[in-house]
Each structure stands twice: as C-alpha cells, then as structure tokens.
Ligand binder design. Structure first.
Ligand code: GLU
Length: 342
C-alpha cells in the first residue's frame, strides 16, 4: 500500500515539475487585459446561478448571505484582478487544510505527512468515520477532517496557545496580513462538533493523533473559523504559485522544493470524493471549504480564488467551481492541457 502511494506521488511530482517549466513559458502570454476579461466573464456568467445550498450542519453557515459571489486572480508577481464581492470575510474552513499541512512540511519535512497522516484520496466524504476504519493510515490525507485534525496535532507545541499561534501565524503568512477568528463560527462549530470529536478520539485510539484529542479539535475548529476574504485566498494560492514566497510581503512561507508535494496533495484530494471529477474538468490543484471558498493554483503562474456559499452535496461551492472551470478553460491553463470543462 505504501509503495503504491509512493509511486503515485512520485509520478504526480514528476508531472508537476514538468508543468512548472511549461507553464512559466505560457505565463508570458497572458496579459492583464486577459486576466481581467476572464474574471469579469466568470462573474457575469454565473452570478445569477442559484443552484445548491449553504452548509447548515454548522448552524451559523446557513446565515451567510447566499447570493454573495466573488472571483479574484492573484499572480505570482502580486497583481490582483477581481470581480464581485471580494472583501466579505467568510470562514476559511477546509481551505485551511493544505496550508497547515504545509506548516508540518516546513517544520518536519514532507515525509512526516506521508508517514504520520497519509496522501491517498479516500473516495469518501470529508467527515467520513468509515474511511478511518477501512484505511490502515486512518487519517488518510490532510484534506479530510481526520487528516487535518492529525496535522494540527503534529505541530510541535508546548501549549495549546503555542499550537494555535503557530497554526494561525502560518495562515497569516500565506494571506500576508493579520486575520481574525470569526468567534460566532467557532462557537457554532465547536458546540456541534460531535462527529469531529469522534474522529479525534478514534485517531488517538489508533495512535494516529499526536496531541491531546480535545486540544487538537479546538485548534482545528479555530483554524476553520479564521475569517478571510476572496482576495486573501487568492494571495494564499499565489504564494504557492510563486514557489512558496508570498508575492505581496516577500516572505518565504514554504521551501520551493516542497511546493510540488503540497500541490500534489491538493490535486489528489482537494475536492474530497469529487477530486477525480475536478481534475477531469478543471485540471488544477485546488482546495474547497464548506464556508464557500475555493482556491485553485496554476503552478508557477497565478491562483484563482472564489467565494460563493451555495454548495453541492459533496460540500463544494457550485458557482466557484463553475467560475474556476471557466477561467481555466478560457486561459487554457489546466495542468494536463486545456480542459474543456465538459
Ligand atoms: N470545519 C469543517 C468541518 O470540520 C470543515 C469542512 C469543510 O470545509 O469541508 O466539518
């Protein structure tokens, strides 16, 4: 199983390295006017789409105005192109997960992710307890709740406050500014976190959680409750597009040598049990969250971020997916060539 996982990751990494080179050649061909045209085009095309519904298993997410819609591109040299609502602060939710995985990679190397969490897609929903029982790695990958709680527990910390400061500081470094926790979201999620509490305890039982379970659950829930806007999300993605250096602040957040592994995790698992479908139709390493955010990375070039609270049954933002598919298709930047999105 481990060998199979290794060879999959190695081949993903090789293709990503190749694509990094080919895409930096392509980058020169996309003009500012093209970027603004596709952002405006995506916004206009999908703004009136009402399909899907806000997440409501975290009660407060149901109160976020469903019509909000924002689309932003941030390039690796820090240029921003936006349309629609780009300043509204929503909870980052699962979009935070690869960024905390990146913190573990930065502190302990990518091997820690593979050995202590896992890198395989689950083929199951993001909050699956079944995945934890049927896979030997238990946590399976950093994009599902089990793997993300495990990632938080892996942060080497001498107190809960220290653990939180490191997790939060890392996400702020990606966004390039101080961020606030949306305390109402935290309270609403923590008060109803019975499923995630079960996951944390099961992982601990299987010796795949590396701190006190309730502490990991609290820090994980706070991480998911961080407020960000669509522009922040685009800059976080652009930091990965820029080989781990934030294009606005110039701060190195992740060593460039680890960026391909992180993007490989996003490509294989970023859309939960729709990850295959997503790579088929958009072809970009991405991460979604039940708060309505999505970030997609065009390695070596730019990131596309969207915010729209109405989700499909898998927990992925419908207008966001469509906007990113549209932009990737218009610019022809799918990793494996221009996807048609069909
Ligand atoms: N905080 C959410 C949870 O644990 C994250 C899920 C998501 O965004 O997909 O359920």
């Amino acid at each position: 199983m481990l060998n199979k996982a290794r060879s999959r990751i190695v081949s993903l990494v090789i293709s990503l390295c190749f694509l990094l080179v080919s895409h930096s050649v392509l980058a020169a061909q996309i003009s500012s006017a093209d970027f603004q045209r596709v952002v405006d085009g995506a916004y206009k095309k999908f703004k009136d789409l009402k399909e899907g519904a806000n997440a409501n298993y975290i009660p407060i997410l149901d109160t976020v105005p469903s019509d909000l819609f924002g689309v932003v591109i941030a390039t690796r040299d820090g240029k921003i192109y936006s349309a629609g609502e780009t300043r509204y602060e929503f909870s980052i939710q699962s979009v935070s997960k690869p960024f905390t995985a990146s913190l573990i990679m930065a502190q302990q190397g990518p091997r820690a992710i593979r050995e202590k969490i896992g890198v395989e897609p689950t083929g199951l929903p993001f909050n699956s307890r079944l995945a934890l029982e049927i896979y030997d790695s238990r946590s399976v990958n950093p994009s599902v709740n089990a793997g993300a709680i495990a990632a938080v527990s892996l942060v080497k910390a001498d107190s809960e406050k220290d653990r939180w400061n490191q997790v939060n500081g890392n996400i702020e470094a990606y966004a390039g500014r101080k961020l606030k926790v949306l305390e109402e979201v935290y309270d609403s999620e923590y008060e109803t976190a019975w499923g995630n509490r079960a996951i944390a305890n099961l992982l601990y039982n299987y010796e795949r959680l590396y701190s006190d379970p309730e502490e990991a659950l609290r820090v994980y829930t706070r991480q998911c409750s961080i407020g960000i806007n669509t522009k922040d999300l685009a800059i976080m993605g652009a930091t990965l597009a820029n080989e781990g250096t934030n294009p606005i602040t110039g701060k190195k957040v992740l060593n460039s040598e680890h960026v391909p592994e992180l993007l490989a995790i996003m490509a294989a698992t970023g859309f939960y049990d729709e990850s295959g479908e997503w790579m088929y139709s958009a072809g970009l390493p991405s991460k979604t969250g039940v708060g309505g955010g999505i970030v997609a990375v065009v390695p070596g070039q730019f990131a596309i971020a969207t915010f729209s609270p109405r989700l499909n049954p898998a927990g992925n933002s419908i207008r966001g997916m469509k906007a990113i598919q549209f932009i990737a298709g218009e610019l022809g930047v799918g990793l494996y060539g221009p996807n048609k999105g069909e």
